[in-house]
Design a protein around this ligand. Structure first.
Ligand SMILES: N[C@@H](CCC(=O)N[C@@H](CS)C(=O)NCC(=O)O)C(=O)O
Length: 215
């Protein structure tokens, strides 16, 4: 029998998106919790992700880091879950484009915006400018109900998680198209299961910290 997937995470991190994906897939996985102050930068974990960041997964000895890569791997690994248009499907190109656009354009634009950092001139900047990124994403979602239209895929896990976070932190425009999409993704049973698992782990970590401080 194949070894269970191993999922490296922290409950208050981008690992929440990867956990949601694991719950959409619904196959067994083992969770390894990292601590931001200690284990995440320890040699054992740096051998898994030299960036010392979560999430990461190990699948049969293969290590994968970066949220979009983790989601693409899981979607391709379990084609029967229909979370990816497979090679040959006309939607495959758009699916790859939006998975990569997230990391190469959307997240850097949102992070620069959060720090009010002066971006490099749009011609040299990989994401162009913040407003263009937001308008391009909004135009794609207008077609709805999901990012690629009628079909829910792993791209909605990535973008649903990102837009939930962006709206909560006021890092994306408070447009109806983003709010309605976020409401749709929040109705998925898997996102609720993932949320409850991470909330329980976060509460446990907080209790352990309080006990350690009191000792
Ligand atoms: N590019 C990575 C970003 C991962 C990331 O920044 N994770 C943060 C938590 S949200 C982290 O592990 N921070 C701990 C640290 O840098 O010490 C991805 O998409 O997975």
């Amino acid at each position: 029998m194949a070894d269970a997937l191993v999922f490296y995470t922290h409950p208050m991190s981008r690992g929440r998106i990867a956990r949601w994906m694991l719950e959409e897939v619904g196959e067994p996985y083992e969770t390894v919790l990292l601590d931001f102050a200690t284990t995440i930068k320890a040699p054992d974990y740096l051998a898994i992700n030299p960036m010392g960041k979560v999430p990461a997964i190990r699948d049969e000895g293969v290590l994968i880091t970066e949220q979009p890569a983790i989601l693409m791997h899981l979607a391709d690994l379990y084609p029967e879950k229909e979370l990816a248009p497979l090679p040959g499907d006309p939607l495959r190109g758009a699916w790859l484009r939006w998975m990569v656009f997230y990391g190469s354009c959307f997240e850097p634009a949102m992070m620069d915006f959060s720090r009010k950092r002066e971006p490099v001139p749009p011609m040299q900047c990989g994401y162009g400018d913040y407003d263009s990124v937001m308008h391009v994403v909004a135009a794609q979602l207008e077609r709805g109900p999901w990012l690629l239209g009628e079909r829910f895929t792993a791209a909605d896990v990535l973008w649903g998680g990102a837009l939930n976070f962006g709206l909560m932190m006021k890092l994306v425009p408070n447009w109806p198209v983003f709010r309605e999409y976020a409401r749709r993704v929040q109705a998925r049973p898997a996102i609720r299961r993932a949320f409850e698992l991470d909330e329980a782990l976060a509460a446990e970590q907080a209790r352990e910290l309080a006990d350690a401080l009191a000792a």
